[in-house]
Design a protein around this ligand. Structure first.
Ligand SMILES: Cc1cc2nc3c(=O)[nH]c(=O)nc-3n(C[C@H](O)[C@H](O)[C@H](O)COP(=O)(O)OP(=O)(O)OC[C@H]3O[C@@H](n4cnc5c(N)ncnc54)[C@H](O)[C@@H]3O)c2cc1C
Length: 506
């Protein structure tokens, strides 16, 4: 019996498979298409994703294909050179320095068509079996596992495979979620767009070496221009209106090019259209992220407007979270109760992502929707790094109930990302938690003298104050860098073992 079947080779599936395989779990990935997606749409890996990719062993490769651009602007304008209605970001690179205080992971600019194969190859290198042109057609679960019916799309041959768990990384329309009858809530469908990937030499239109993301609110149409990191490759989108009787077919190539010329202030533009297709912008969150032995990750679990570039990143975050928890249960390190913390923690993170994306969507693309029902943006750094984790895998301290914390104020409170420090060993906190469960102890607590079981120990030395544990206390870090528990008391083996049993649901 396979440990885990992952359905879908998008960002959600390829990351889940990679993180599981890196932890020695037996994984089978099935993807109905013949390859990963050729569409570049999700571009950019924020710092939290880069932490995960560092642990997955592919951060350098991602950085190599997608180094951050020297200049990256985000504006809302009538056209590329027309009236600017709002400047979202004058230069993205300006903000990167400050974030280095929070994590050494950096930023990646790989597009989706670059990131998926890198993660999938890493999964294969660590023993995952990847079958393209293979569709999951049905599944049944029982007390011991899941039986999946797979179809070889080319030969038409069917096959039955057993696994202990099934992961639905099968996208927004998720046949797995549908089959389980899991409903979705949220803001629902927001608008309809024609996505266009095109090649054109925009020298003279865009300054050399700069990458731009322009939301276009033009009298002729609403849309967006997105620069990507491949020379002469670009993305464009045009909103169309089914509620006024329009459909995708009302936009043949000539009309698309006419609107692109207006939006790009390039009357002579002669683009090579690589791909066009309709897509719905929506904000929906699945009510349940788990049904027995079946889990949802990525767009299957939540879909968010791309305004803010958070959806694909959240898919990788789901994959990382589910993988370390499934691996801990499958290897017997944790009890099955740990798996309940996946939905508890990731659904809350998804709500923050959707709210932030909605606030951005209204500002950048749909100002007519502004009103009391639209959440306020709290800023990408807080959404990405500042989430409070609330589940049985954290022993909380009395708190003010806030869902996030400004990451520049991280103080070691359980439920939040550990502060980034360089330890006396010379390692960063990311180096240590990236390798598994860890205990960071104050210099005088004697924590390294007790039986630490699965925990690796590092002394905090004089940086103990950043974790709020004093000279004698200790801080317990999970494999995702979240503080699970802390104490100001000196070493106590029985207490530590109890804490571990509790957070691992043993
Ligand atoms: C225009 C646009 C721009 C975006 N820009 C960004 C951005 O800049 N940054 C960002 O972070 N996010 C962005 N996103 C969001 C991002 O693309 C998605 O969140 C991400 O692709 C979700 O990945 P996924 O793996 O969950 O789903 P998908 O990429 O949809 O993958 C699902 C896979 O499952 C396969 N599948 C489905 N059913 C089956 C089956 N029964 N058997 C086998 N295989 C199956 C499908 O073929 C597909 O390959 C953007 C989205 C859009 C539409």
């Amino acid at each position: 019996m396979t440990d885990v079947i992952v359905v879908g080779a998008g960002l959600g599936g390829s990351s889940t498979a990679m993180f599981l395989a890196r932890r020695g779990i037996d994984v089978l990935v099935v993807e109905r298409h013949a390859s990963t997606s050729p569409h570049p749409r999700a571009a950019g890996q924020h710092q939290r994703t880069m932490e995960f990719l560092h642990i997955g062993g592919v951060a350098d490769e991602i950085r190599a294909v997608g180094p951050p651009p020297a200049e990256f602007r985000i504006k809302v304008a009538e056209s590329l050179h027309g009236r600017v209605l709002h400047t979202v970001m004058e230069n993205f690179a300006d903000g990167l320095g400050a974030v280095e205080q929070l994590t050494p992971a950096g930023w990646g600019s790989a597009t989706q068509d670059q990131a998926e194969p890198i993660m999938m190859e890493q999964a294969s290198n660590h023993g995952a079996t990847v079958r393209f042109a293979t569709e999951l057609v049905s599944f049944e679960q029982d007390a011991d596992g899941v039986t999946a019916q797979l179809l070889d799309v080319e030969s038409g041959r069917s096959e039955e495979v057993r696994a202990k768990y099934l992961v639905g990384a099968d996208g927004n329309r998720s046949p797995i979620r549908e089959r389980l009858g899991i409903a979705r809530t949220g803001f629902g469908g927001l608008s309809n767009h024609i996505g266009i990937v095109f090649d054109a030499d925009l020298t003279g239109v865009l300054p050399d070496g700069e990458q731009w993301l322009y939301y276009l609110q033009n009298p002729a149409f609403t849309g967006a221009y997105i620069g990507v990191n491949k020379p002469n490759r670009h993305i464009f989108s045009i909103e169309y209106h089914p509620e006024k009787g329009e459909s995708f077919t009302d936009y043949p190539a000539e009309r698309i090019v006419e609107l692109m010329r207006i939006g790009l202030d390039s009357p002579d533009l002669d683009p090579e259209i690589i791909w066009t297709g309709p897509w719905e912008m929506a904000a929906r969150i699945a009510e349940k992220w788990r049904d027995g032995r079946v889990f949802l990750v990525g767009d299957a679990a939540k879909v968010t407007p791309p305004t803010g570039a958070l959806g694909g990143n959240a898919a990788v975050g789901d994959g990382f979270d589910l993988a370390w928890k499934l691996a801990a249960v499958l290897t017997g390190e944790a009890g099955p109760g740990l798996l309940d913390t996946y939905e508890a923690e990731r659904k809350r993170a998804a709500e923050l992502v959707v709210n932030e994306s909605m606030a951005n969507y209204v500002l950048r693309m749909a100002p007519h929707l502004a009103g009391p029902d639209i959440p306020e943006a709290i800023g990408p750094i807080e959404v990405v790094l500042g989430v409070r984790h609330t589940s049985s895998a954290v022993i909380p301290e009395p708190d003010d109930g806030s869902l996030t914390m400004d990451p520049f104020k991280f103080n070691g409170e359980p439920g939040f990302h550990a502060p980034h420090v360089v330890l006396p060993s010379g390692e960063t906190t990311l180096d240590v938690w990236g390798a598994g469960w860890a205990l960071l102890g104050g210099p005088d607590g004697g924590w390294d003298e007790i039986d630490l079981g699965i925990l690796q120990f590092r002394s905090l030395g004089e940086v103990h104050d950043r974790f709020g544990v004093g000279r004698e206390g200790a801080s317990l870090l999970r494999p995702d860098g979240v503080v699970a528990w802390r104490t100001t008391s000196k070493a106590d083996e029985a207490t530590l073992k109890n804490v571990l049993r509790q957070v691992l649901s043993c």
